[in-house]
Design a protein around this ligand. Structure first.
Ligand code: SAH
Length: 521
């Protein structure tokens, strides 16, 4: 007769964070074996069970007792806090079994039931600190030589891992955490965010946000997990956050816009990656490895910070199309040695420059009289030059549009074309939304398909809109699209899907029948 041995991780401590399988195992068990304090934490779940609770340093006898009972045909749960396989009882149980020659097929049935480990429960209380590569290191040198622990701290520090320190300190072990801090300060900025979580999801839970420099000024004990950020981790709203990648992209809206998924995948946006592309494939792996090592060595004292790219659409103005030489100099200076200045088809130059503080750049460009707008999925006002101001009646409305709608985030880039006379020579009818000033009022075009071989102008929706009504009307249309458009849905698609915008019906634009090419041509 052989019994069953469950090794159960019951999570941080609160019943809500115990898995269903763990509860089931406890329910099924005749015996529950574990450290005294843990028994109290799961008390409501183990009422009426035979309980074997032991002191802290009696793990081996706990594992042996559990195996003995299972061999007698009983169902036994050995419990660990967090996950039983992370500095818990799982390994010990298998060690005891291995010693007595246990076989999977014929011996007692063993099931390890996973639980939420402290690194995960504590991270959830801190924010999102372990988003990037991380490791756990136990500072307990009862069973592991300190020299080895120190070596691991050193390696994790050098390799910029987010680190969760388990067993950081006890009554007798107080120097280890000081030593860990000293080692990590060799590699990390003293201001590196550190989170201290004591008794996560238990009665006396405490969360402290501090820094690598100041962490020892706070209480750290047996029930604390110390989470140390990597070189990119930051505090925001009292939360500790590690970005998912090593590049952040800023545009003017202050929202930190990450690269969109398809952009991320382009090799030029991942200059740090080990690409298997055409050229890279020919380079011997060893060379790449050595390069990476050299990079790590070089950065030892100055670990990699998040690379931030600031980008903005720069133009002399919504109406003005003339750059002054001073403005061009200001743009060049903003780009510096490594930035780029791209001439786009949309009446602006796209400036991209690497910086972690975009504000001084923004101020310099504005001082030079340049107009700045966010780039990306925002509203852009694309106006004509009103024949250098000769036909300037619509200029005030255009500028108002620029002020009120320019740069507003939308599901997909939205260009509003404004042309100052019926010639519409700047192509307003071919923009997502177009308005053309004619005889003291505006004509409205909605939903041009701006690009592709099946591009078409917008639906000629209305004519003679009084000028004072045009800005509020476009504001309402943009607001509706902003709120109801699907992500990535360009305005023409939205218009077609909903069938009507601001009372104007959608009409399909004729798509010409194209004769197929004769074979062989
Ligand atoms: N098996 C457990 C770890 C046991 S080692 C797990 O997977 O979480 C004991 C250490 O775990 C403690 O010193 C502390 O660093 C950490 N720990 C466990 N439970 C915790 C909790 N609820 N809150 C904070 N830290 C905890």
């Amino acid at each position: 007769m052989t019994g069953t041995l469950y090794v159960v991780g019951f999570g941080p401590g609160h019943e809500d964070h115990i898995t269903g399988r763990a509860k089931q195992a406890l329910r099924e068990s005749d015996y529950v074996i574990g450290y005294k304090t843990y028994m109290e934490l799961v008390a409501p779940l183990i009422e009426g069970k035979e309980v074997i609770s032991t002191g802290m340093s009696e793990e081996v006898s706990r594992a042996q007792a559990a195996v003995r009972q299972a061999e007698r045909g009983k169902t036994v749960s050995v419990i660990s806090s967090g996950d039983a396989g992370v500095y818990g009882m799982a390994g010990l149980v298998y060690e005891v079994l291995a010693e007595q020659g246990w076989k999977r097929d014929t011996g007692i049935r063993v099931e390890i039931i996973p639980g939420i480990s402290a690194i995960n429960s504590c991270a959830s209380l801190l924010g999102a600190p372990i988003m990037h590569d991380s490791c756990t290191i136990s500072l307990s040198d009862h069973l592991t030589p300190w020299e080895l622990i120190a070596k691991r701290i050193d390696a994790a520090g050098a390799a910029d891992f987010v680190i969760a320190l388990y067993n950081p300190k006890s009554g007798r072990r107080t120097k280890q955490i000081e030593e860990a801090q000293r080692i990590l300060l060799k590699y990390r900025n003293p201001e590196t965010p550190v989170g201290l979580v004591k008794s996560a999801y238990r009665d006396r839970e405490e969360v402290v946000m501090t820094t690598l420099r100041n962490m020892l000024d706070h209480e750290i004990g047996m029930l604390t997990t110390v989470v140390i950020g990597n070189s990119t981790t930051f505090f925001y709203e009292g939360l500790m956050i590690t970005p998912r990648g090593y590049t952040r992209k800023y545009t003017l809206t202050e929202e930190k816009q990450p690269l969109r998924p398809h952009e991320r995948l382009r090799p030029e946006n991942e200059p740090w990656a080990l690409h298997g592309g055409k050229n890279e494939a020919k380079r011997p792996l060893k060379e790449l490895g050595l390069q990476a090592l050299a990079a790590i060595e070089k950065k030892k004292n100055a670990p990699p910070a998040v690379k931030t790219i600031f980008e903005a659409a720069v133009s002399p103005g919504v109406v003005n199309k003339h750059f002054t030489p001073q403005q061009l100099i200001a743009i060049s200076e903003a780009a510096g040695e490594t930035g780029t200045i791209e001439y786009t088809p949309h009446h602006y130059v796209l400036l991209k420059t690497e910086t972690s503080s975009p504000q001084p750049i923004i101020e310099k460009l504005k001082e030079a009289g340049l107009s700045l707008a966010p780039a990306g999925d925002v509203v852009t006002i694309k106006a004509c030059d009103f024949c250098n101001g000769d036909k300037g009646d619509a200029i005030p409305y255009t500028e108002q549009l620029g002020r009120e709608l320019g740069g507003l985030g939308v599901p997909k880039e939205l260009r509003i074309g404004v042309n100052g006379c019926g010639m519409a020579c700047y192509g307003a009818v071919n923009e997502d939304i177009g308005i053309v000033y004619r005889k003291g009022a505006f004509d409205l075009f909605l939903g041009a398909k701006v690009v592709s071989r099946t591009a078409h102008p917008g639906v000629y929706a209305a004519e003679g809109i009084p000028p004072e009504k045009v800005v509020p009307m476009l504001t309402r249309i943009v607001k509706e699209y902003r709120e109801s458009g699907h992500p990535n849905e360009r305005f023409f698609k939205y218009f077609k899907r909903v069938g009507e915008v601001e009372g104007f019906a959608h009409r399909d634009m004729p798509v010409p029948d194209i004769e197929p090419m004769p074979c062989g041509e």
